[in-house]
Design a binder for this molecule. Structure first.
Ligand code: ARG
Length: 455
């Protein structure tokens, strides 16, 4: 009975099933720590050499798939240390001098996340590149712009795509920012109070590529803000992806027919042969919920925890790993999928129902002739109703008909058109072709000076 209970507890507290993913960072951190201990004369050079040799051998075993991870050894730290004893003998016991698993796990998590943030930033950049390429390929395509999912004003498709570019540019900024606060060495904080050996933390930081060392040992072992920041930035990035996903789903429906997604990114139905379901986009939309959940879970786990380390914090891993994998794979697949998107320019243009999208332009036209804008708005609203009830476009009304609504209309009302409407919106950030050319150029520049290069 007691034995069974032991087993129950052991498997409940074990994290090796998931924290094994940190093995490379655990070894890297241990080697840096060992070198520092020897440099400071805390352990003998020969002992350090034996430990480092053992750790390198373990690295090879893990890489080669020969290492046996054991649940009874609880976590990645104990698994590696136990194996070190087998390989190097009693000297292995010197590795954990001046160190605790509390600062060790904080270190592993930071090393892991620094690598992953670089990857994420690279994937964001790839996706932005795909958006720019599609925008460049379709730079003259006009589409209806929407508010409330109602056709509002004509815009360039490139303008729409570049809106997503800007959204992902902010994401890149958030990951860059989060990197700075992840890039802090916690090792040397001990269990909570610091360590009673003359360690050289700067040396360890330098070996492991950290820019700074933590300044409060209690905080260093209790802090998982960096995990939460990454998860929060990921939640926002997934929100952006889900909005893009939703538009791809809508636009590829037969009702819209604006785009076609490449066949390798859609699936057929087992019963309805005509279907091409946008599964990839739908899944990204769905996975966004998981990523939000991971953030919320972590926020709740950390809430009200007293200082310093508490075992609750072991719960940081699965959700972080899941967010990293979900976000990175979603970014990657979207970058690839966008390259396969075919745009139906005709359909987009035709879909601009009659020319009612020019209503704003017509109101602006009257305003420029001296009619107060509010009044002009009322006039055009009546003309729209009138034209709609007769199934006519603005261009199909006669000047006499226009005059029934306002005497300010002249022959040049017929020169209102989609192109003129676009060209008129030539203010910074607007949809005019001139602004879009500049925006495309700016986007290209940002792409090449990406905030963080993937290693
Ligand atoms: N597996 C633990 C974690 O992930 C490592 C730290 C354990 N520390 C301890 N005092 N039990 O948080």
């Amino acid at each position: 009975m007691l034995k069974n209970k032991d087993k129950l507890v052991r498997s409940y507290v074990a994290s090796i099933l998931f924290d094994r993913r940190l093995w490379r960072y655990d070894i890297e951190g241990s080697i840096a720590h060992t070198r520092m201990l020897a440099k400071e004369g805390i352990i003998a050079d020969s002992d350090a050499a034996a430990i480092v040799e053992g750790l390198n051998a373990i690295r090879e075993e893990i890489e080669g798939g020969q290492f046996q991870f054991k649940t009874e050894l609880e976590d990645i730290h104990m698994n590696i240390e136990a194996r070190l004893f087998e390989k190097a003998g009693n000297v292995a016991g010197k590795l954990h001098t001046g160190r605790s698993r509390n600062d060790q796990i904080a270190l592993d998590m930071r090393l892991f996340l620094k690598d992953e943030i670089r990857k994420t930033a690279g994937r964001v950049n790839d996706l932005q590149r795909s958006l720019v390429e599609l925008a460049e390929k379709t730079r003259t395509v006009i589409m209806p712009g929407y508010t409330h999912l109602q056709q509002a004003q004509p815009i360039l498709l490139a303008h729409h795509l570049l809106a997503y570019f800007d959204m992902f540019q902010r994401d890149a900024g958030r990951f860059h920012d989060c990197f700075k606060r992840t890039d802090v060495l916690p090792l040397g904080s001990g269990a909570l109070a610091g360590v009673a050996y003359p360690i050289d933390r700067e040396f360890v930081a330098q070996q492991l590529g950290f820019s700074r060392v933590s300044t409060n040992s209690l905080d260093a072992v209790s802090d998982r803000d960096f995990v939460i920041e990454y998860e929060a930035a990921s939640a926002i990035a997934m929100m952006h992806l889900s909005r893009l996903a939703e538009e791809l789903v809508l636009w590829s429906s037969s009702e819209f027919g604006f785009i076609e997604i490449g066949p390798s990114f859609t699936t057929g139905s087992s019963i309805m042969p005509q279907k091409r379901n946008p599964d990839v986009a739908e899944l990204a939309r769905g996975k966004t919920g998981r990523v939000y959940g991971n953030l919320l879970g972590m926020m709740v786990s950390m809430k009200s925890l007293p200082l310093a380390y508490n075992r609750d914090m072991q719960e940081d891993k699965e959700s972080l790993f899941d967010t990293v994998d979900t976000l990175n794979s979603s970014l990657e697949i979207f970058a690839a999928m966008l390259k396969t998107v075919k745009v139906n320019a005709e359909r987009m243009r035709d879909d601009i129902k009659k020319d009612y999208l020019l209503a704003t332009d017509m109101a602006d036209y009257l305003a420029k002739k001296g009619v107060p804008f509010r009044e002009a708005h009322g006039v055009v609203s009546k003309i729209s109703e009138y034209a709609l009830s007769r199934g006519k476009g603005f261009g199909e009304l006669s000047l006499e008909e226009y005059h029934r609504f306002s005497a300010s209309f002249q022959e040049d009302v017929f020169s209102l058109g989609l192109e003129a409407s676009l060209a008129a919106r030539d203010t910074a950030g607007g949809t005019s072709p001139r602004q879009i050319e500049m925006a495309l150029r700016r986007a290209r520049e940002k792409l090449s000076s990406s905030l963080m290069e993937e290693e």
